[in-house]
Design a protein around this ligand. Structure first.
Ligand SMILES: CC(C)(COP(=O)(O)OP(=O)(O)OC[C@H]1O[C@@H](n2cnc3c(N)ncnc32)[C@H](O)[C@@H]1O)[C@@H](O)C(=O)NCCC(=O)NCCS
Ligand SMILES: Nc1ncnc2c1ncn2[C@@H]1O[C@H](COP(=O)(O)OP(=O)(O)OP(=O)(O)O)[C@@H](O)[C@H]1O
Length: 203
């Protein structure tokens, strides 16, 4: 069984995934895969440079993520162009990563992705777990963690599915508006349910 873990920026997906990992559950992170496919030498990086110009390439030849972020979160058409270059490649690699994880003897595995619903990755999973926090918490945690101001954090939140749309599509919801200690028993309870659901019907 594959569980898709999603939620907007800084909702706490990685924090939730680490709590599952502590219980022995392996995971693949779409944000990490998104970085792999734009490494120097990768065809996606060349396509990005061709479309967005050399201004998004750092002097060492790597992607200037900040420069690209400032373009795509201010312009929906440019964001769609970037996604047209990256999403098919991300999907292909996610499928390969998931196949490798499933070959391990874990009771179930996680696909952690901010755009599970938006990019059709939902089709790769059996159940969707939404990590839920109010948008104001997302903006505050993004600005505290990343090198972005509150206005840009709000622009990124606005580029994603709304909180309500995500909740409407969820099979399971985990509330991460309280502290991390509160999260552990919630993850443990979901883990018990997923393990039970993963058993064959006769067991
Ligand atoms: C725009 C880029 C260069 C910004 O890089 P940066 O290092 O600043 O951010 P990072 O990649 O860590 O992403 C941070 C968060 O931004 C949000 N985000 C990223 N891309 C998108 C997008 N296309 N639409 C909406 N939100 C997005 C996600 O919540 C993500 O967790 C980068 O996010 C990117 O290449 N995005 C396109 C690929 C993609 O869609 N990735 C998401 C995983 S499927
Ligand atoms: N319950 C919590 N209380 C306080 N801070 C938290 C909590 N959960 C997560 N955080 C903090 O909020 C930030 C975002 O958390 P995390 O990286 O897990 O989110 P994410 O959804 O994986 O983010 P992104 O998709 O943007 O990479 C981190 O700095 C993390 O330490």
């Amino acid at each position: 069984m594959i569980i898709g873990v999603t939620g907007g920026i800084a909702s706490g997906k990685s924090t939730v995934a680490r709590a599952f990992a502590a219980l022995g559950i392996p995971w693949v992170d779409a944000d990490e895969v998104a970085r792999e496919i734009v490494a120097p030498g990768e065809p996606a990086l060349a396509e990005i440079a061709e479309h967005f110009g050399e201004g998004v390439i750092a002097p060492d030849g790597s992607l200037d993520r900040r420069a690209l972020r400032e373009i795509v979160f201010g312009d929906a058409a440019e964001r769609r162009r970037l996604e047209a270059i990256t999403h098919p490649r991300i999907r292909e690699r996610l499928i390969a990563h998931l196949a490798r994880l499933q070959a391990q003897a874990a009771p179930y595995v996680l696909l952690v992705s901010p755009l599970l619903f938006e990019s059709g990755q939902q089709a790769l999973v059996d159940r969707c777990l939404v990590v839920d926090v109010p948008e104001a918490v997302q903006v505050a945690r993004t600005a505290a963690r990343d090198d972005v101001d509150e206005a840009q954090a709000r622009a990124i939140v606005a580029a994603q599915m709304s909180r309500q749309e995500r909740l409407d599509r969820a099979d399971d919801v985990i509330d991460n508006s309280a502290d991390e200690e509160t999260l552990a028993p919630r993850v443990a309870e979901l883990d018990r349910r997923y393990r039970a659901a993963g058993l064959p019907p006769s067991a």
